[in-house]
Design a protein around this ligand. Sequence first.
Ligand code: ZN
Ligand code: ZN
Length: 425
Amino acid sequence: MSTFRGVIAEFPHIRIDYFRQQPEHKAPLACFLSHVHSDHLAGLESLRAPFVYCSAATKEILLRLERFYYRINFAKGILESSNVTYDRSMRKLAKALPLDTPTLIELAPGNSIRVTLIDANHCVGAVMFLIEGNGKAILYTGDIRAEEWWVNSIVQNPVLLPYSLGNRELDCMYLDTTFATKKEPYRQFPSKAQGIQELLDKVGEYPRDTIFYFHSWTFGYENVWIALSAFLHSRIHLDEYRARVYGSLSTLNKRQLREAGLDVPASNKPLQESGLEIREAPALCGFRNGNHIQPGCLTSQEDVRIHSCERGMGCSVLDRDSNAEIIHIIPIVTRTDGVDIAELGAGGGKGDLDQKEELESGGVGGMDKLLELCAASIDDERLLAKVVALVRRTLIEDGKLDLDMQLQKHIHDTQDDVLRNGTAV
Ligand SMILES: [Zn+2]
Ligand SMILES: [Zn+2]
């Protein structure tokens, strides 16, 4: 969970991953966004200037993100909703930059910085920023998954090479430290490859007509999708919203995407705006191979063995009355002594892939009224106790109740047909 306030001491004119106004600091001349998880987007919806530099994948996803917030208006006795989208402002402000390419950005006449985006091994489009200028250099990591192979690969990065070999020094490294702890159980993680291997072993034991539901709670499961799809020779069903978000990564036009099995509203316009290639796009969305379209692993068609569609969005396989024979796959962070450690959105962005979102609590007063309402309308004592605990926890945490996720999580925790697997973001 990002708690960084966006200010870089060495480069006071820029902001990274935090966009709320801070009167104690001068307004930024350039902003940077490392990836699309919601804990890195604070204040972005009301930003009007300056430009926000990010990867092409981050820009495309950002333009299509929809988040719904709900508030109970007790005075009127109604539920008010607001829809936050970034499309309007970010179409102008977001600037996609290619990876591994030093890019000069002029902050003001005579004041330039050089920025290089480097893959962060986190979710699709996630990058680190190397920022150099005025005799200073910093590396901002955002969220990274610091597996050994990846750390070794960044040592090889041609732009970082002078820093990794000692020719130059970084003045500061802004490091994500969510799990940088020696405490158990987070001291050691299985690698994502180990997690995927275990998953493939398990799904391979089921009969060939088994249907799997992979709980993709946020951005970052793209590798798992590709691995599962290739292994089971099945594509993965996404609901319309997720198909639209992921389809935007492709340089195919909408007609070609439909040919690849991903339905997006009809038009021949290309979806992807920057024209920059996005590494994962062909495997996810398909690509043109000569005269025909080779489909990717994602599809809008429901008659497939793997589903990552949002629940309650009308999938005829997932949302049918009885789904007892569907095997649920739930990503976990790690496992110690046979006990699973749930993901809990620690890497940020829990629920980012869902359209339906949060209920704002309205503080202690609002919560009290909500609890009164619950007590008056829920007869089942056990259920009431659970709801009260959930509402109380929400107040302690961030004052927002995730409408879909908490319930969904509870439902599946009580089922037997669940595979928990170390494939968390
Ligand atoms: Zn489905
Ligand atoms: Zn993240």
